[in-house]
Design a protein around this ligand. Structure first.
Ligand code: NAD
Length: 524
């Protein structure tokens, strides 16, 4: 009864799915580490489980590195540093050009890896890879960025110039929600600047990093320049405590970001640690409501709200509240939720069963706290995907600033509407919140837009833009408890973070030597 090649493959897939429980122990994939240009299994017997969030099936296990395993990776990165840092920036850039080409060639495969382990929908996963690719493209211009500065005659016949030199072994620790993009905020910049790198991706979706490591090797990156260790807290602590790791980039939740910041500083490392968020979207009464609602739908429910730049608070100013809530509710009811590989899906599942339980518990809490639950997505069941980690879009109205669902990051498809009287009250709300990652305003009034962008204590601002993520040639980062450290990621800030400044002053006097000087020279 097989009519076409497509139905043949569906038949094969169904047959495999039926056999999977029986074959599981024989076919389960183990994800190892990637050190000095090849897979590395390490000594650890500890493993984590990798699930497909769309089905709830375990698909693989991942090795969780011991301290010794991590130290092997760092030693190999250290070994590769001297030769790599001495390579002319132009040659380093050529590896990045080749890497860019390979990512483009393998975009579909990389996207499918993200969908399979994270759950987000295919086009969104592809978009996140493209945002990572843009950092690679920026890193291709590294010779220009490392040119340095020169002043002839800082004093009579004295010249001075500054250069930026690489640091050594840098490490990156990344979250589950962008398994390609967030690591790519870090390593292309670090490597192009002449450093070597050890990445510890999220243990929930590590496969994409492993594939990127293979592509870097194929692009001609020397062994040991880029390494991946998979693991949990033990691996993180090993990186923090290893003296040969000189710089740490972290992205994840705020408590862990603070832990990383404090402990890396204690261990004399340079550190940038990006944390959690609660992004506000201020909806002014004069805005184009359709634009604002469409913007909010994508920003609150895209990627099931698992984005650090997701809009989780809509601040309704003046009399716009009822209209806003009604329009949002209608759209949320029609959200298409399903597996990430289904072209019709607009929102996929959450990443794990535990995370689904956590998000649901916040919705329960919101009701107890007295917020009005306008749309309840908790009871969503998808036929054929009963064990997947799905939740429908949720909408709360009349949320107040003392509620936990307002104060804390939920990291799911839950939007809270807070009503305020005027612009000043909206701005104060934004500024009083502990997080300061992103914020947007929807308005047709230039004064409101400009005042908001100038006065909000937030790292990234959108004016009629719902998710104001900076492009690769600007830099990404929040304020307040959304970023510990001084420098944002990628772009010009990335170059500064991954290099240190050296300034030379020189003169070449001829004839007799000058006399000793016992006072501060004033360069007359
Ligand atoms: P997480 O903090 O749980 O994990 C991040 C990394 O830290 C992972 O690699 C994990 O293995 C490690 N880790 C977890 N617990 C640890 C511990 N106790 N000690 C040492 N290391 C530990 O974050 P997550 O759940 O993977 O990701 C979601 C969070 O990341 C959200 O809070 C989100 O806002 C944040 N995030 C922030 C940004 C940003 O740019 N500010 C970007 C993406 C995600």
């Amino acid at each position: 009864g097989i009519k076409s090649s497509e139905s043949y493959w569906i038949y094969q897939e169904n047959a495999c799915n039926k056999l999977k429980p029986y074959l599981f122990n024989y076919i389960m994939k183990t994800i190892e580490h990637f050190v000095y240009g090849k897979p590395f299994s390490g000594e650890s017997k500890k493993v984590g489980k990798i699930f497909n969030p769309a089905t709830g099936d375990q698909e693989a296990e991942v090795k969780l590195a011991t301290t010794k395993d991590v130290n092997v990776a760092v030693t190999n990165a250290q070994k590769a540093f001297e030769a790599w840092s001495n390579k002319p920036p132009l040659q380093r850039a050529r590896v990045m050009f080749k890497f860019k080409e390979l990512i483009e060639k393998n975009l579909d495969e990389l996207t499918k890896i993200i969908v399979a382990e994270h759950g987000k929908v295919y086009e969104d996963a592809k978009g996140s890879l493209t945002r990572g690719l843009e950092v690679v493209e920026y890193a291709c211009g590294i010779p220009q960025m490392l040119k340095g500065e020169f002043t002839e005659n800082v004093g009579s016949d004295v010249d001075s110039w500054s250069i930026r030199q690489p640091l050594g072994v840098c490490a990156g620790i990344t979250p589950f929600n962008f398994p390609a993009m967030v690591p790519m905020w870090m390593f292309p910049m670090a490597i192009a600047c002449g450093n070597t790198f050890v990445l510890k991706p999220s243990e929930k979706d590590p496969s994409c990093s492993m594939r990127l490591a293979e592509l870097l090797k194929e692009a001609g990156l020397p062994d040991g320049v880029f390494n991946v260790v998979n693991g949990d807290k033990e691996a993180v602590d090993a990186l923090i405590n290893n003296k040969n790791v000189v710089a740490m980039s972290f992205v994840g939740s705020t408590p862990i970001a603070k832990y990383i910041y404090e402990n890396c500083a204690k261990n004399e490392k340079r550190v940038q640690a990006l944390g959690g968020a609660k992004n506000h979207c201020v909806i002014m009464p004069d805005c184009d409501l359709d634009q604002a609602v469409n913007g909010l739908m994508g920003a609150a429910y895209g990627s099931a709200g698992e984005r650090c730049m997701a809009q989780s608070v809509a601040v309704a100013v003046g009399n716009i509240g009822d209209k806003l809530v009604n329009s949002l509710a209608k759209k949320i009811e029609t959200l298409k939720i399903g597996p990430g590989m289904d072209k019709k899906s607009e929102m996929g599942p959450l990443v794990t069963k535990d995370h689904l339980a956590k998000v649901k518990s916040y919705v329960d809490l919101g009701e107890k706290e007295g917020a009005k639950l306008i749309v309840d997505g908790r009871n969503l069941k998808l036929q054929g995907y009963e064990n997947g980690y799905y939740i429908g879009g949720c909408l709360f109205d009349h949320v107040t600033k003392d509620m936990k669902i307002y104060k804390e990051e939920i990291f799911g498809p839950v939007l809270s509407v807070v009503r305020v009287k005027n612009f000043d009250e909206a701005l104060k709300l934004v500024n009083d919140h502990e997080f300061g990652n992103g914020a947007s305003i929807f308005t047709r009034d230039g004064d409101s837009g400009r005042t908001f962008s100038s006065k909000a204590k937030i790292g990234m601002i959108g004016i009629n833009i719902p998710i104001p993520v900076p492009m690769a040639f600007h830099s990404f980062g929040g304020w307040k408890r959304s970023l510990f450290g001084d420098q944002h990621m990628h772009g010009p800030e990335g170059v500064r973070f991954y290099t240190k400044l050296k300034t030379m002053t020189a003169r070449w006097p001829s004839g007799s030597r000058s006399d000793p000087e016992f006072v501060m020279p004033t360069m007359k």
